[in-house]
Write a protein that binds this ligand. Structure first.
Ligand SMILES: [Zn+2]
Length: 602
C-alpha cells in the first residue's frame, strides 16, 4: 500500500546552473521533494566529465553497516538519459542495480524515479527504515545510498546535492552545506555515509567533549521531542566521550524517528533500530517510555561506532563495493567490541553500577543461549550476507560483546593492569583513523603484534573457534563469581526451560536447564503441555497453569524433535537462574587490583 499525499509549500527553487558551475568531474544531484507523488523520489543527475567508461549507472546493493543486500535498483520506476538538446540517449537495465548508457560522454542529465522502501509492496520482509528510505506524511528518510546512484568510474568525484523540500520542514544531516538547500560531499562514499532526515522535526544541540552534537527528532509524541531527549542522552554521551577520550569529529548529528507503536503498527513497521555513520546515526525506534533504556543503549552504541568501524576498519569497508560487497572477517570487532564498549563505558563512568553491568552481561548470555554454539564469530562475520549469517547476526551484540569483555580482562591481566581492550582500540584508531585501513586478512596478526602472543590463543579458541567461553576462569580474575545455573531461593516451579519461537513460527524450548532432565532438549517444538495444544494465541493462559502446581508435580508434554513426535512425562522443578554473577566479598589482593583497573577507563 502506498501513501499518497501532496506537499504543497515550496522552500526555494534553486537555479541548477548556479550550482553546477563549470567544474570538471563533478556530479550534481537534484532531488525535488516539494511535489511528491506515489512515494517516489524524483532525481535529476547532472554529470560533468563523463567518458566512454562511465557507461554504467549503479544503485547500491547495500551500504556499510547493513550487512544484507537490499538491492535499491529494484525500487527504480523510470530511468532516462538525455543529451544537451533534450533528446533521449539510449539506456537499458543491465541487471537489478545497474543501468547501461550508450554514449555516456553525451549525457547532459539523467532523470529517474525511485520508490521508497518504507511501505513498498516489493518486500515481504520489511527493509528496516534506518537502512532504507521513506516518504511519509510529516517526515522523509533519505538514506542517500537508497536514492542516489553513481557512475561506475565516478565514485571518487566530488558531489553537490540540491534538495527542494517543503517550507515547514527542517532538514537534519551531517553533510556540509554549500548554499541554500545545497550540500556537498568529497565523493560518493562520503555522500552515502551521510543520511538525511527531513520533516516537521524538533532540534536540540549540546556539546560533548568539543563535539557539537545536533539532535533532530521526528515524533508525534511531545515527550520525545528533541529538547526532552537531549537531556536523557547527554550524560550518556559524556560516558561515551570519556571512553573515546578524544574528539575524532567536530560535529555529530543524531537523526531520529520516534513513533508510538500504534502508528508503527498501522504503517506495518514494528521493527527498527539504528545505523551508524561517521558523523551521524539514523534511528527508527518506538516512542515508548518503557523502551527508554533501549533508546539509551542504542544511542551510546551508535555513537561509539565513531571508533570502529569508522576509524578502525579493513580495506573491505574502506574501498566499499556498493554493488558486490565482500564480507569482512571482523564484524565481531565492529559490532561486538562496540556493543561491549557501550555497556562498559557506562559502568566506568558511574552511570551504571558494577551490579548493573553484570546484569547486562547476564542478559547478553541469556540471549546468546538462543543461538547456535558451533558457529564461530569469524564464520558469522564471513557469512553475514548469507541467509544463515543473517539469522545469527543479532548474536554479534551478545556473544560478540561477551567475547570482547573477556578479551578485555585477558589483556588487562597480561599487561598487569596497564592496557585493556579500550586501550588497544584507541591505539588502533590512532594508527589507522578514517583515511587508512588494515588488511582484513592481517587484522588478527596486527592485534597479536600490538598485544601478546597469548592473544593468538584467545582468537583461535573464542573468536575463530567455538570453544565454550571461559566465563568462570576470566571473571574470577577480577573477583567476580560466575555460576552457570543457580536454583532460585523461592519455590517457584518451572518446566525446566524458557520458551521461544523458531523461524517457522513454532513454539520451542530455549535455555533448557538441568531442571528438565526428564528429557527436554534445546529447540524442541512444544506441541502440547498440561493436556492442551499450545498455540501462540493461548500460550500465556496455558503456561500460567504451572503457577497452580508444585515442585515435583508431574505433567504431560508432547514435543516434536527432528520431525518425530515424542510424549514426555514432565516433572516440575525448582526455577533455575542461568548465568548468575556475584561480586566476591573477600577478593585476593590480585583480584582486587585487577578489578580496580577493570572498572575504570585507564
Ligand atoms: Zn552497531
Amino acid at each position: 500500500m502506498q501513501n499518497r499525499f501532496k506537499l504543497i509549500q515550496v522552500l526555494l527553487v534553486i537555479s541548477i546552473n548556479m550550482v553546477l558551475g563549470n567544474t570538471a568531474d563533478t556530479i550534481h544531484y537534484l532531488v525535488d521533494l516539494t511535489n511528491v507523488k506515489d512515494d517516489l523520489f524524483h532525481v535529476t543527475v547532472y554529470p560533468k566529465g563523463l567518458t566512454t567508461s562511465s557507461n554504467l549507472f549503479n544503485f547500491p546493493a547495500t551500504a556499510p553497516g547493513i550487512y544484507t543486500n537490499i538491492d535499491f535498483g529494484r525500487y527504480i520506476k523510470s530511468f532516462k538519459a538525455y543529451n544537451k538538446k533534450g533528446n533521449e540517449i539510449t539506456s537499458f537495465k543491465k541487471n537489478t542495480n545497474q543501468w547501461e548508457i550508450e554514449n555516456p560522454e553525451n549525457v547532459y542529465k539523467i532523470e529517474y524515479d525511485i520508490e521508497d522502501t518504507y511501505d513498498s509492496s516489493l518486500d515481504t520482509v520489511k527493509v528496516f527504515p534506518m537502512c532504507g528510505t521513506a516518504i511519509e506524511d510529516g517526515f522523509i528518510i533519505l538514506n542517500t545510498f537508497g536514492v542516489l546512484g553513481y557512475f561506475n568510474d565516478k565514485q571518487n568525484c566530488s558531489i553537490t546535492l540540491t534538495l527542494n523540500y517543503p517550507k515547514d520542514y527542517l532538514l537534519g544531516t551531517s553533510l556540509e552545506k554549500a548554499g541554500v538547500s545545497v550540500y556537498q560531499a568529497e565523493n560518493y562514499d562520503k555522500l552515502a555515509d551521510s543520511p538525511i532526515l527531513l520533516g516537521k522535526l524538533s532540534k536540540a544541540t549540546t556539546y560533548v567533549n568539543n563535539i557539537a552534537v545536533n539532535l533532530f527528532v521526528y515524533t508525534t509524541d511531545s515527550l520525545f521531542r528533541a529538547e526532552n531527549i537531549i537531556g536523557i542522552v547527554d550524560t550518556l554521551l559524556q560516558s561515551a566521550s570519556n571512553f573515546i577520550d578524544y574528539s575524532p569529529v567536530k560535529s555529530y548529528s543524531f537523526l531520529m524517528c520516534l513513533l508510538p507503536d500504534s502508528i508503527r503498527m498501522r504503517q506495518g513497521q514494528m521493527g527498527g533500530g539504528a545505523l551508524e555513520h561517521n558523523q551521524s546515526s539514523l534511528y527508527f525506534l518506538p516512542a515508548d517510555m518503557n523502551e527508554l533504556s533501549m533508546l539509551k543503549d542504542v544511542v551510546i552504541h551508535e555513537f561509539l561506532h565513531i571508533l570502529t568501524p569508522l576509524n578502525a576498519h579493513s580495506e573491505l569497508i574502506h574501498n566499499y563495493d556498493f554493488i558486490n560487497p565482500k564480507p569482512s572477517k571482523h564484524v565481531w570487532f565492529y559490532e561486538g567490541v562496540t556493543e561491549w564498549g557501550s555497556t562498559v563505558a557506562q559502568m566506568r563512568c558511574g552511570y551504571k553500577s558494577l551490579q548493573q553491568y553484570l546484569q547486562k552481561i547476564t542478559d547478553y548470555l541469556r540471549l546468546n543461549d538462543a543461538f547456535k554454539k558451533d558457529y564461530s564469530l569469524c564464520e558469522m562475520s564471513l557469512e553475514s550476507y548469507t541467509n544463515k549469517g543473517r539469522k545469527t547476526f543479532l548474536n554479534f551484540f551478545n556473544r560478540g560483546a561477551i567475547t570482547a569483555g573477556l578479551l578485555d580482562i585477558r589483556l588487562l591481566e597480561l599487561s598487569n593492569g596497564e592496557k585493556g581492550l579500550r586501550e588497544l582500540l584507541l591505539s588502533l584508531v590512532k594508527e589507522y583513523g578514517k583515511d587508512k585501513c588494515f588488511k582484513d586478512e592481517e587484522f588478527f596478526e596486527i592485534i597479536v603484534k600490538k598485544t601478546y602472543p597469548e592473544i593468538q590463543d584467545f582468537i583461535d579458541k573464542y573468536i575463530c573457534g567455538t570453544e565454550p567461553l571461559p566465563l568462570t576462569e576470566y571473571f574470577n580474575k577480577v573477583g567476580i563469581e560466575y555460576i552457570y545455573e543457580k536454583p532460585a531461593d523461592s519455590d517457584k516451579p518451572s518446566i525446566g526451560s524458557n520458551i521461544g519461537m523458531n523461524d517457522n513460527g513454532e513454539i520451542i524450548t530455549q535455555g533448557v536447564t538441568t531442571g528438565a532432565d526428564y528429557g527436554l532438549k534445546e529447540e524442541d517444538v512444544i506441541l502440547e503441555i498440561f493436556g492442551e495444544k499450545l498455540t501462540i494465541e493461548n500460550i500465556k493462559d496455558v503456561l500460567d497453569k504451572k503457577n497452580t502446581m508444585k515442585i515435583g508435580d508431574h505433567f504431560p508434554i508432547k514435543i516434536k524433535r527432528d520431525g518425530e513426535e515424542i510424549s514426555l512425562n514432565g516433572v516440575m522443578s525448582r526455577f533455575i537462574r542461568r548465568h548468575v554473577f556475584s561480586i566476591m566479598e573477600n577478593p585476593t589482593p590480585d583480584q582486587l587490583v585487577l578489578r580496580e583497573v577493570w572498572t575504570r577507563n585507564l
